[in-house]
Design a protein around this ligand. Structure first.
Ligand code: NAP
Ligand code: ZN
Ligand code: ZN
Length: 373
């Protein structure tokens, strides 16, 4: 077990974005000051999420550069704040020890106030004062920095122990992508007796298929633009059906009223939303988790009225969702399909992610012994 050295570092090293277009450079940055409720880790792995790409290019609005993205982080605990063993906000986080293997997802803080409806309900991902793991600010105004780095530091409340049976590289994408699909699938009843469609077979979507199956849905249908991912979806991920929207003529009519739940991971706005809704049964639910940079297409009122369908969205998941998701993943062997890339190849991996080449998640790994974990 590693021991805790006495003085917290003032600077970390990582892959820093300086503007919306230049490649990331390996350099120093200033993490938040270490407090007694924080944990500090040596990063071994970090997945590349679609959100990293949107943020790096200021796709949702101006990013606060310098920025270090990456919020599917796995690493080994090197430092634990003195108040963590008695942390009031989270009994689960009290167990975190130096040497533990842990993960951090897309959120690293919320207000945790008793008068905050979201935090008091254990719905921290809906707190209006939430801090994203990167491109955010903590209460003391220091910036949050993500996992494309050699170290990460932040509040223990949002740090999760990884079950022993989950390999680190496969566990990484679960921290954001995994919980983002698991939380709404479970909330809207994906399970026995239900048919589920997952739109977009990408980082989130392929894990959505795996979790819909793990939750026991009767039938899981993968919905993709072309048939290039058909074999992976049907033979590898275990989908029961596949729709290639760009190739199958009349697909919305052929498969109309066949699904109870539709989970859309689509990351661009030019999607056939009205046709997707035709796939829903009466009282069905469409959940948008993909976050395009432009508004969604207009919607005909009749597409909602005629079948009493619901259109909703979902933001990552709460710490409790993350713990339950990791447990289910360990029990049912929900292992994302990953491709490991050395952290030094981050710019190449980002370019390939942008071009849609990931099958289905790139996981950056830091060199040396720790990357074997
Ligand atoms: N709500 C949240 O809390 C949350 C959390 C994490 C990520 N996100 C967002 O979720 C989105 C997906 O992230 P990701 O990491 O899964 O990205 P990804 O690996 O690039 O997957 C996105 C998938 O969307 C499909 N797609 C792309 N453009 C499309 C279009 N014009 N029409 C229809 N389908 C299209 C593609 O699937 P096919 O090739 O199969 O068509 C693609 O594989 C991003 O916008 C990300 O920011 C949201
Ligand atoms: Zn993410
Ligand atoms: Zn709050």
């Amino acid at each position: 077990m590693a021991s805790q050295s006495s003085i917290p570092a003032k600077t970390f090293e990582g892959w820093v974005a300086h503007d919306a277009t230049s490649p990331l450079t390996f350099t120093t940055f200033e993490p938040k000051p270490f407090t007694d409720t924080d944990v500090e880790i040596k990063v071994t792995h970090c997945g590349i999420c679609g959100t990293d790409v949107h943020t790096l290019r200021s796709g949702w609005g101006p990013t606060d550069y310098p920025c270090v993205v990456g919020h599917e982080i796995i690493g080994i605990v090197e430092r634990v704040g003195t108040a963590v063993p008695t942390l009031a906000s989270s009994t689960s986080s009290r167990d975190i020890r130096v040497g533990d293997r842990v993960g951090i997802g897309a959120q690293s803080m919320s207000c945790l106030r008793a008068d905050c409806e979201a935090c008091a309900d254990g719905q921290e991902s809906y707190c209006t004062r939430m801090t994203g793991t990167y491109n955010g600010r903590y209460k003391d105004k220091s910036k949050s920095y993500g996992g494309f780095a050699t170290r990460w530091r932040g509040p223990a409340h949002f740090v999760f122990r990884i079950p022993d049976s989950l390999p680190s590289a496969e566990a990484a994408p679960l921290l954001c992508g995994g919980v983002t699909v698991f939380a709404p699938l479970r909330k809207y009843g994906a399970g026995p007796g239900k048919t589920v469609g997952v739109i977009g077979v990408g980082g989130l979507g392929h894990v959505g298929i795996l979790f819909a199956r793990a939750l026991g849905a009767d039938r899981v249908v993968a919905i993709s633009r072309s048939s290039s991912k058909r074999a992976d979806a049907l033979e590898g991920l275990g989908a029961d059906g596949f729709i290639a929207t760009g190739e199958e003529k009349g697909w919305a009519k052929t498969h109309s009223r066949s699904l109870d739940i539709l989970l859309s991971t689509v990351s661009a706005a030019d999607m056939p939303l009205g046709q997707y809704l035709r796939l829903l049964k009466r009282d069905g639910t469409f959940i948008q988790v993909g976050a395009p940079e432009h508004p969604l297409p207009p919607l005909a009122a009749w597409s909602l009225i005629q079948k009493s369908v619901k259109v909703t969205g979902s933001n990552i998941g709460s710490p409790e969702d993350i713990r339950q998701m990791l447990q289910l993943a360990a029990e049912k062997r929900v292992l994302p399909w990953i491709q490991k890339r050395p952290m030094e190849d981050v710019n190449g991996a980002l370019a390939d992610m942008h071009d849609g080449k990931a099958r289905y998640r790139y996981v950056l790994q830091n060199g040396g012994e720790q990357a074997k974990l």
